[in-house]
Design a binder for this molecule. Structure first.
Ligand SMILES: Nc1ncnc2c1ncn2[C@@H]1O[C@H](COP(=O)(O)OP(=O)(O)OP(=O)(O)O)[C@@H](O)[C@H]1O
Ligand SMILES: [Mg+2]
Length: 287
């Protein structure tokens, strides 16, 4: 049985000018523990796909099945990490995670076990030293780590991440990518991540799902990334398969899905960014 399956997903949004068909014929099967990235030009429908899997949007036709059950509402087994962390500003990192898990584990874990679990998840994202700080007292990268801890604390079968590192500088982003790879290796969750960053997609993914431009966007191509794990960005910079994958995604975005008026080159300011390799930091930088 397929773990997660999107079948013939289409969605129309009502607009003042009539129905707008954002997605059509989206078909995707994802195996348990797979790390899948969604990439495509801005506005093509990546967040819409993620929101349908999250149960936040309902497909107009088709649907999503997770472990044999149809997804028709949000649920803790599909936790979402948003680009802008979405933490409650008046609560500490610890309390933000606590809020998410308290109801979930009520009657299943004791108070002491819940505390231990919250601390465990904050430690997993290297936030144990700052768990009692509020969002305005920590950096953007640290807030994003708390968002990831909050999602992981729900023990989701599927972790859904919508450009989780989009708002971060290159170095912080690299640190968080490494953390996410570590966590994925450790927990083996299924992950769907949206990104605009070609290198990020290749570095983290088992498969890269490339979406066509909308309206009526769909999956254009799927690229398998056959690189052994654990992956090291510096070693991979010289790896032929890594560079092949990178080239394939760039060609898809800038040749096959080039938008009218855009030059056929990736050197122009693109929607998708190519992260420069950060120098290996000598300091332990906590993002
Ligand atoms: N609630 C909505 N009502 C009407 N149209 C919507 C709604 N949500 C999304 N759309 C439209 O559907 C299309 C896909 O939007 P979506 O947010 O999924 O794109 P995206 O690929 O995530 O873009 P970005 O990379 O900029 O985040 C866009 O044309 C958008 O305007
Ligand atoms: Mg989006």
């Amino acid at each position: 049985m397929t773990h997660l399956e999107l079948t013939q997903v289409a969605i129309e949004f009502p607009t003042p000018k009539g129905a707008f068909k954002a997605l059509e014929n989206v078909n995707l099967k994802i195996q348990k523990g797979e790390f899948v990235s969604l990439i495509g030009h801005s506005g093509c429908g990546k967040s819409t796909v993620l929101n349908i899997v999250a149960g936040l949007y309902k497909a107009t036709t088709g649907g999503v099945i997770l472990d044999g059950r149809e997804v028709d509402e949000p649920g803790p087994e599909r936790a979402v990490v948003f680009q802008n962390h979405s933490l409650l500003p008046w609560l500490t990192a610890y309390q933000n995670v606590e809020l998410a898990v308290k109801t979930l584990f009520k009657g299943k874990k004791t108070k002491a076990e819940i505390k231990e679990w919250i601390e465990h998840n904050l430690t997993l994202v290297h936030m144990d030293h700052a768990m009692h700080k509020r969002p305005d007292e920590i950096s953007g990268g640290m807030k994003q780590r708390v968002g990831i801890a909050r999602a992981l604390a729900m023990q989701p079968k599927v972790l859904l991440m919508d450009e989780p590192f989009g708002a971060l500088d290159a170095l912080t982003r690299a640190h968080l990518q490494d953390s996410v790879m570590e966590i994925h290796a450790h927990l083996g969750n299924t992950v769907i991540m949206i990104t605009h960053d070609v290198d990020e997609a290749v570095l983290l993914s088992d498969r890269i799902v490339m979406m066509t431009n909308g309206p009526a966007a769909t999956i254009g191509e799927i690229l398998q990334v056959n690189l052994p794990r654990p992956r090291d960005r510096l070693v991979l910079a010289e790896d032929p398969h890594y560079n092949h994958c990178r080239g394939e995604v760039l060609k898809f975005l800038y040749e096959r899905q080039r938008r009218p008026g855009e030059a056929a080159t990736a050197t122009k300011k693109p929607d998708a960014v190519v992260t420069p390799l950060p120098e290996r930091p000598q300091l332990r930088i906590v993002a």
